[in-house]
Design a binder for this molecule. Structure first.
Ligand code: SF4
Length: 550
């Protein structure tokens, strides 16, 4: 039964109350979409301060995933969202928090804030978006000054749907419709985007972007329900797939998470005197702006904060489904200093590595090295469990940026050497255990093995701190098509042979689930098991169609 709670900063929780417009039949997507009470119009606007320089500039502080074209054999991060309400520095705090989430997307960044020129002026939403890193988009302080106001939402983008290079696709999206202005920031991927968009276009909606997120704004604009929270519920009930969403109006901030809870979203409170409320994809963003972690936004929950009195209300979107949190957040995506889905990422990775050492020891190994940075904590766990010394046998360059990306194959083959340098003194003549977080296509792994052997290693034993990836992700993580996944094409011995190492072992799916204990059923592991919580039929149909057209 859907329900709502309300709290104020000083008070405890107020009792649950029924959510408005809780009749599922009336809220169903086709009825409310096809019979709007009046013509619906939505004006999607980017009040954008263009950041052409940012788009063209070299990337001086690239993180491990900021050069995905160089190390292209990894799933790519999704997106990161942050929201702050109740603080006069809301947009500044958003920009700092977005820095902490930069690993979740490097293609674009943006912030929308509630701007009020003077105390007797009306509030309006302002937006700055741009291509590039947060530091590039907001390097000019005047952009944050422009984004004044006590509430703001921000987004870092990696495109899982929609064109990567289009400024129009950079979020947050800011739209004007019959009830005013509304901004949205989305982390996730909708599996029924194509049919929703087709249905909306049949009803007369005109789209400005190729992003699945725009569908959400149109659904809200087309809903007949009042107030806005009910329109958000209407929209969310039509969505299938993964979404962690932040919405901003001139006086309210809403946070919503899909009923399966695929992607993370947490709530915190600023320690500074304002005691403002913060939402973020990961707790590392809270840490950076000195906010205390309070709790996750629950799967299927909408939380809304009223900027007038800072009261917090909570509403169940729909009857809860079994949670299916993405286990890949713990394997690769999230920063190790984050708490994601209630678990410390660092300790997850460490335990994946130590279990791997128990399952797949290497006799007479001399040294354990990580593939930096994502294999670091699993390698520590492996070394500790096995008693084999841990060393940093590969040094990662922090100064290789997108500007190095060249189309020529011979340059691309140098990519791994640009990014990773072997330490000969550690590797020469040794039997080396190399710990990585995952293998996707196998292309980078084979280059790393060659790099280590070229540095003089006697034997190279790859140990992978996750099970073999056998299926694509449809919930906000960009993985190659299943046919391109090396573990979908061959068994472990075939993969070992392909990447050229002396031995290869993956963490077993059984061990991964055992490590999660009784929480295991509440995690999605579809890319390892093929058990998809929401069937990706539409995505597959789209893909087959695209292949036919090629
Ligand atoms: Fe995460 Fe894999 Fe599930 Fe996608 S399929 S949500 S990457 S566990």
């Amino acid at each position: 039964m859907a329900a709502a709670t309300t709290t104020s900063p000083a008070a405890g929780r107020l009792p649950f109350s029924p959510r408005p417009n809780a009749n599922p039949a009336r809220l169903s997507f086709p009825a409310s979409l096809k019979t709007p009470s009046k013509p619906v119009s939505l004006h999607l606007r980017h009040l954008t301060v263009p950041s052409a320089a940012a788009a063209a500039a070299p990337n001086p502080d690239s993180s491990s995933s900021s050069i995905p074209d160089l190390l292209s054999d990894k799933p790519r991060d999704e997106c990161g969202v942050v929201g702050v309400i109740g603080d006069p520095d809301a947009s500044y705090l958003c920009s700092v928090a977005l820095h902490a989430l930069q690993h979740r997307g490097q293609e674009g960044a943006g912030i929308v804030s509630t701007h009020r020129p003077s105390s007797d002026s009306p509030v309006s939403l302002r937006s700055v978006t741009g291509l590039g890193l947060v530091s590039q988009v907001f390097q000019d302080k005047s952009k944050l000054d422009y984004l004044s106001g006590t509430a703001a939402i921000g987004h870092v983008r990696y495109s899982t749907a929609g064109s990567a290079s289009s400024l129009a696709n950079v979020q947050p999206f800011l739209a004007g419709y019959r009830f005013g202005q509304l901004a949205v920031a989305h982390n996730g991927n909708l599996v029924n985007y194509s049919s929703l968009r087709a249905s909306l276009e049949d009803s007369g909606s005109i789209f400005n972007t190729s992003s699945d997120t725009e569908v959400i704004l149109h659904l809200i604009a087309n809903s007949n329900s009042r107030p806005l929270i009910s329109r958000i519920v209407d929209a969310c009930e039509a969505l299938q797939g993964a979404y962690s969403l932040l919405f901003l109006t001139k006086n309210k901030l809403f946070a919503a998470r899909d009923p399966y809870g695929f992607r993370p979203l947490v709530l915190g409170r600023l320690r500074r005197p304002s005691r403002g409320i913060v939402f973020a994809s990961e707790t590392c963003a809270l840490d950076l702006i000195e906010a205390d972690y309070e709790r996750e936004v629950n799967p299927g929950e909408v939380i809304f904060v009223d900027g007038h009195d800072m009261s917090i209300s909570s509403l169940c979107l729909m009857p809860p489904k079994p949670r299916k949190a993405c286990i890949f957040e713990h394997i690769y995506f999230a920063l190790p200093n984050s708490i994601v889905f209630g678990r410390a990422v660092y300790s997850s990775r460490y335990s994946f590595g130590s279990t791997l050492a128990k399952e797949s020891p290497v006799a007479n190994a001399d040294v354990v090295i990580p593939v930096p940075d994502s294999g670091f904590y699993a390698a520590l766990g492996y070394a500790s469990q096995s008693g084999v010394p841990f060393q940093q046998g590969l040094i990662r360059s922090h100064y290789v940026g997108r500007t190095f990306i060249q189309p020529e194959q011979n340059i691309r083959d140098l990519a791994v050497r640009l990014k990773l340098a072997p330490v000969k003194g550690i590797l020469e003549g040794k039997s080396v255990v190399v710990v990585d977080d995952s293998i996707v296509r196998g292309t980078t792994s084979s280059k790393i093995v060659r790099l280590i052997k070229d540095a003089g290693a006697r034997e190279v034993h790859m140990r992978i701190a996750s099970p073999p990836i056998v299926g694509s992700c449809y919930y906000g993580v960009d993985t190659p098509r299943s046919e391109e996944l090396i573990s979908n094409k061959m068994d472990v011995e075939g993969v070992r042979n392909a990447i050229g190492c002396d031995s290869l072992a993956f963490l077993s799916l059984e061990s991964l689930r055992n490590l999660l204990g009784k929480e295991a059923p509440s995690y999605c592991d579809a890319c390892f098991s093929g058990n998809y919580p929401v069937l990706p039929i539409e995505n597959e149909a789209d893909r087959l169609l695209a292949e036919e057209e090629e």
